[in-house]
Structure formats: C-alpha cells, structure tokens
Design a protein around this ligand. Sequence first.
Ligand code: 6PG
Length: 465
Amino acid sequence: MSAEIGLIGLGTMGAALALNIAEKGHDIAVFNRTPSKTRDFMADVGELAPRLTPTETLEDFVQAIATPRTIILMVLAGEPVDEQIALLEPLLDADDLVIDAGNANFHDTNRRMRTLKQPFLGIGVSGGEEGARHGPAIMGGGPKSLWNRVEPVLHAISAKHKDEPCADWMGEEGAGHFVKAVHNGIEYADMQLIAEAYGIMRDGLGLDAQAIADTFAKWNDGPLRSYLIEISGIVAGTTDAATNGPILDVILDSAGQKGTGRWTAIEAQHLGAPIPVIEAAVAARNMSARKDERGRMEAIFGAAPQGFAPAEMPLEGLEQALICGKILCYDQGFRLIAAASDQFGWSLDGARIARVWREGCIIRSDMLDDMAAALSDSGVETLMAAPVFADHLKSTQAALRQVIATAVSHGAPVPALSSALSYLDTMRTHRGTANMIQGQRDYFGRHGFVRLDDGQKDQHGPWAG
Ligand code: 6PG
C-alpha cells in the first residue's frame, strides 16, 4: 500500500508533524538521514504505527509514496535543504511536489521556486513541538494551484479557531516563509515586552517570583490573554528542583536566537519599513548575549539604582503599558507585511494573516481575533488607525508614558517599551524634524530638498561657501 505523503527529517518538529499527519488519518512514509533515528521514532509511535511507513534509503522512501508524490522536508534551514533536494530530485517524477516546511529564509524559497525542476511550496509552520504535534498555524507560499493540491491535509493537521483552520495560502513565491519570519519578529518583540515588564516587577517593584507569576496569570484573564503571557506566568511560578527556588533565578540571562527575528529586521531595512519595536527586541537579544561585557560595564558605571515605590508603578498601569506596546508592535509587523506585498507584488492580506495567527502559533492571542476583524475593513490604512485600536492606544498611552518615565528615571532598561512609544509619538507628528536632516544633507553634499511653501523639488540653501 502506498503512502499518501512523505516526510523527510525526524527531528523534534518533523517527528511531531509526522505523528500529527498520521493521527489525522493520512498514511505517511518517513525518512531520516540517520536510519537509527527513524527506528527510534518508530519505537515510540504506538497505535499510529499502521499509518507510518519507515524507510531507510531515499529510494525506498520515494517508492513508498503514491504518485504524484507530496514530500515534506523538515530539515535544518539553509544548505541542508538544498543538499536534500539535490539527492531527492533524480528520484522524482516531474509532477512530484516538494514542500519545505522548515524556517527557511524567504529569499532561499524564492530562489528554489525559480530554479527547481519540481513543483515547490514553502510553508511556515509555527507552534513549537506541541503545535506541530497537535495543530500548528500554517502559512503557505508558492503557486496557489499547488497549495490547493495539499490544502485538505494541511487544513486537517492545523490548529482551528472555532472551526476555521489556521492554515492558509499567503501569496506567491516565498510569501509563506516571509510571513513566518514576520511572525517570529513579532514573537521576539512580544517576548521582549513581557521580559521588560518582568524586569520592572522583579527589580523595580521587588516582587517575588510567585507574585510575578500571579500577575501574569491575572493579565491572562484580560485583554493581554495570549499563549506568551500564559507561559510567562508558568515559567515565573516554576520551582527548580535543585535549589528549591524559582527556576528563573537559575536561568542565565543570555537569550539565544536562531536568526529569523534578525531576518525580519534586515528585511524591514531593505524595504524601508519602520519596525523599531522588533529591531529593539533583536538588539536586546544581542545585548543579552554580552553577559561578561555587561558585567564589566556594571563595574564601571554601577548597577542601576532601581527600586520603585509601588505608587510609582501600579500593576494596572504596567498592564496598560504592555497593551499599548503590543498594539504598536503588531502595527509595525502589519506595515512590514504591506511594504513587502507592494514591493514583491504578493497581494498579502493582513486580515487573512491575523486569522491564521489566532491559534496554533507562538504569538496566538485573543487580540489577534480583534486585529483580524479590524484589518478586514478595507478602509483601514493601518492597525493603529483602525477605530477600535486607535481607541485602545488613546486610552493606554498615558500608562505607557508613565511606565517608561519611571523606569528610565530609575535606570531600568526598557528598550522595546520605549521604542513603541517613540514610534507612536513619531508617527502622530505631522511636522517632524527631518527638515534639519535635509538641510544638513544639502549643506554638506548639495543633495537638495523639497520646499514646503511651494512644493519645488531639488532646491538648495544659500549656504555660505
Ligand atoms: C514557532 C517559533 C519557532 C522558532 C523558535 C526559536 O513559530 O514555532 O517561532 O519557529 O524557531 O521559537 O526561535 P529563536 O531561536 O530565534 O528564538
């Protein structure tokens, strides 16, 4: 009997996805470069075994799949994907579809779509191991006709919002992987905003881990309700078995990163899209990694003299500040998506993307449901201008201002929160200060400026000399 689908790469995500596919009733052939990994995987699949065909050579793997084949790659992003495709291609028929479901850079996906002989799709899969196993969010990119070919199985394995699958076609070429990268940029920013709130509670207000956990749990019952707030409460409230103290107290304060957040920031620069909260979050991870250097600087400058009076920082105000920062961060993410859509001719749809992000992915939240509704109004220029979100921003911005003022006056670092506020203040200021920059550019390089009074272009100042 032939398998309906094949999957290569039985790492954490690949194994979880294979089990999810099998559980939804699809026969699947699996292959891993190291055969022992396939054997270990099969030893653990329990009652799903009849739906899984383990193979130990690529030839057997390909032969085990019904034609035209659908093969999902879950191997490490970058060169390993090219290497795997190169080994696979000679064994495939012309209409066999290859799907890269890893965290690929969308430029690589664009290139593969142009150069591969095989039909090819790039899909972003979010939700970590748990999501892959029981229902991830899926962002598809490539020819729509190919997406249609696999949509039933992708719908079946995806997370659901009510009954709606959180799996959709985002656009042509690498649009799926691009949207996944923006998801990850937002993920970095959401996490950083939460970490800053944690820092204020821990160092500013001197709350213990349990009180911090309780605060996150309370926030998770309000407008901030989301997976990341929920797990932050769980992380804060977890005890370390070795020390019997909070687990957070024994975790090194140096964040890892696989690179997708950085790609988002790089791409935003290429597209000229302002995403300062996401950039601040990437920079904060980079600074966090310089633990030793921070120690040496602390010896020179002293640690920030934190310790706020509770009246300076009511927890309700901190919650409001976080709501405000979060909306501004998502506004930037959706602006970046709109910029890419214009540049690449992808017709990306913000509402459709927000709908896919409502469940299954790491940034899933109740607020995304409201964002999907707000963005589906075609008259809305950007999220922050949508009436419901403009109202939220108007009612929470004072709290954000207060939190930043208090934090900054005590020396507490709040790079993402303050980037969010600067973004709001910059974007709502019609007469900015770039006239000075234009004057400077013209002074030293005769770069020219536009006159405000009569709209004349390429004008120069009467600079002496
Ligand atoms: C997801 C995540 C996932 C990502 C990890 C780690 O949507 O499931 O975004 O794809 O790889 O969260 O990312 P970093 O190592 O960059 O933090």
